[in-house]
Design a protein around this ligand. Structure first.
Ligand SMILES: O=C(O)C(=O)CO
Length: 275
């Protein structure tokens, strides 16, 4: 069975952020991911992880902005990364360097670079060239720090105009850059909304070795993975059959209480998550 990480941006929101770590550990998780660490000093987060006995497996580079306040403002204004944005290269690079500093302090092996929303009227080729240039730079900077960088296709219903929406688009960029530490973050929720055929997409892409992280949620409401149009018991079997050894991030909004909603996990025939 896969190894599951709690996503502390969407789960345990009943509690203040720093208390979510202990709550996840109390429910048996040994790993966490979340969107952004920048509102807290890295030492505070490292201590919180250590006290809860958790490992950090993923977080995002800044969505835009160059201070914690500006990053929050950028997110609230709808910025969803700068990877594909011409003219934002310096903001992109500063954000990656900031993320790598946190990754080292938190011993986190991978970071997600959000690709951004397409500016109206911008030619896709220009955005793709910008993304490629930025990815080459980021993969090298991250390799020097021993960290993987990920890009993720995200559905355009949740993020209208998002640059990367299909698995094929993300894998195309990863193949062009051809850096061993650049991979795709495959969120099965987004995959089902945009293109469907999820089991076959797993069978197509996992054997390439280009998928570095998986995330899950029920479709269409992004609740627990035991509700909605995807059959996750079946998909977890597909992951096992394909020998997927990475983490599966639980990036969903609990319907009515995070711990109360973990029945789907408790019913799985294995320890809750493995180191
Ligand atoms: O919205 C998502 O799926 C993300 O992973 C954002 O980082």
């Amino acid at each position: 069975m896969p190894r599951f990480a709690a996503n502390l941006s969407l789960m345990y929101t009943e509690q203040p952020f720093l208390e979510r770590f202990a709550a996840a550990a109390a429910d048996g998780f040994t790993a966490v991911e979340y969107l952004f660490p920048y509102a807290y000093a890295p030492e505070v987060l490292a201590d919180t992880l250590a006290q809860a006995g958790l490992q950090q497996v993923l977080f995002n580079a800044p969505p835009g902005g160059d201070t914690p306040e500006a990053m929050v403002a950028a997110w609230e204004e709808g910025m969803r990364g700068t990877l594909c944005l011409p003219g934002q290269e310096q903001v992109f690079q500063a954000g990656v360097l900031q993320a790598l500093r946190y990754a080292q302090a938190l011993r986190c092996p991978r970071i997600h670079l959000m690709s951004g929303r397409m500016p109206e009227g911008a030619p896709r080729k220009l955005l793709e060239d910008t993304a490629l240039c930025n990815l080459r730079w980021a993969a090298q900077a991250a390799a020097d720090a021993g960290v993987e960088v990920l890009i993720e296709p995200i559905n355009g219903r949740d993020m209208p105009g998002y640059f990367l929406q299909t698995q094929a688009q993300a894998h195309h960029l990863v193949q062009l850059v051809a850096a061993p530490n650049l991979k795709v973050q495959m969120d099965l929720y987004h995959c089902q909304i945009v293109e469907g055929d999820v089991a076959m997409k797993l069978r197509q892409y996992l054997p390439t070795g280009r998928v570095g992280h998986i995330q899950i949620a029920g479709v269409p409401e992004r609740h627990e993975p035991d509700v909605g149009e995807l059959n996750y018991d079946y998909l977890f079997g597909v992951l096992d059959a394909l020998g997927y050894a990475g983490w599966v991030g639980c990036e969903y909004r609990p319907r009515a209480g995070t711990s109360q909603g973990l029945g789907w996990l408790r019913r799985l025939p294995q320890e809750l998550s493995k180191k």
